[in-house]
Design a protein around this ligand. Structure first.
Ligand code: AMP
Length: 282
């Protein structure tokens, strides 16, 4: 696997590949890799000639300094896993490479309301940081496709609009969430949970499933309240939100719209570790 830390080296390599008509798949990550990330990579490898994975813990998307500091970093293990998976290129720039002299890329992006609720309202500035870093990466790499996990569904939809508006040659592929055997969505943040916290976290996925099973017979608000109440009864769980939204525009739904594709999303703190998950309901 080739490892690049500098944009110019990566671009030199990629332009040669393009001259040889090779297609490029891009998997952006913040490291502490797990099977979810590797699944994105497998999709890219299956569809593209060359796969580029990036590891960059992007400071502009963290709205809390403590969260940024506590974010797990396991670079040696990450390199080992990427090599084993047969990844072609790892791009691991530092902050100065991505944001020279601390200058943040400017982009006049219209979120069209995709950022209004859930992660947008609970993590102010988060999606501005995400858009900033992805816009920069897409300008640098110009991939044929970027691979995004369903686990961050709102982020996927925003990336899809970003690509349509500014990077029309890049397709955005959504890849299904990879879960632990008990249903917990794999996440780098799971590393910060104690054994007890890890065990209790399975209730988030169970809550989403229960919501999707009961939403046709119980009013949405009553269902939300009762599920949040029972989750909060676990001393280690504190729910931030549980919402049903239209899966195309992320508008919150108070009633089940039969005709539209929906997504039920949850965010909760478990032992102070912020976890998110969602289920798409066709
Ligand atoms: P992160 O390193 O958390 O920023 O995630 C990098 C990419 O991996 C994002 O597109 C995530 O949505 C995706 N991802 C994270 N966890 C999972 C998972 N359990 N299954 C599938 N994709 C995931």
């Amino acid at each position: 696997m080739l490892i690049f830390k500098h944009i110019s080296d990566l671009q030199n390599y990629l332009s040669k590949q393009r001259l040889n008509s090779k297609t490029i798949g891009f998997v952006p990550t913040m490291g502490a890799l797990h099977k979810g990330h590797l699944y994105l990579l497998q999709k890219s490898k299956a569809e593209q000639d060359i796969s580029v994975c990036s590891i960059f813990v992007n400071p502009t998307q963290f709205n809390q300094k403590t969260d940024l500091k506590a974010y797990p970093r396991t670079i040696e293990q990450d390199i080992y896993l990427l090599e084993k998976e047969g990844n072609d290129v790892l791009f691991m720039p530092d902050e100065n490479e991505m944001y020279p002299k601390g200058q943040l890329p400017k982009i006049d992006f219209d979120f069209a309301g995709l950022d209004k609720d859930m992660e947008g309202s609970h993590r102010p500035g988060h999606f501005n940081g995400v858009v900033m870093v992805l816009h920069r990466f897409l300008n640098i790499i110009q991939p044929n496709a970027i691979y995004m996990g369903q686990k961050d569904f709102q982020q996927y939809l925003i990336t899809d609009k970003l690509a349509k508006d500014f990077h029309p040659k890049t397709k955005v592929r959504m890849v299904q969430t990879v879960r632990e055997a008990d249903g917990l969505a794999m996440s780098s943040r799971n590393l910060r949970l104690s054994e007890k916290g890890r065990a209790v976290s399975k209730n988030l996925y169970a809550a989403l499933k229960s919501f999707s099973e009961k939403m046709h017979s119980v009013p949405v608000d009553d269902l939300k309240n009762s599920i949040i109440k029972s989750l909060n009864e676990h001393p280690d769980i504190e729910v931030e939100y549980l919402e049903l939204a239209n899966a195309e525009n992320m508008q919150l739904l108070e009633n089940v719209e039969k005709e539209s594709k929906k997504v039920v999303c949850i965010a909760a703190n478990v032992e102070g570790v912020r976890l998110i998950d969602n289920l798409i309901i066709p």
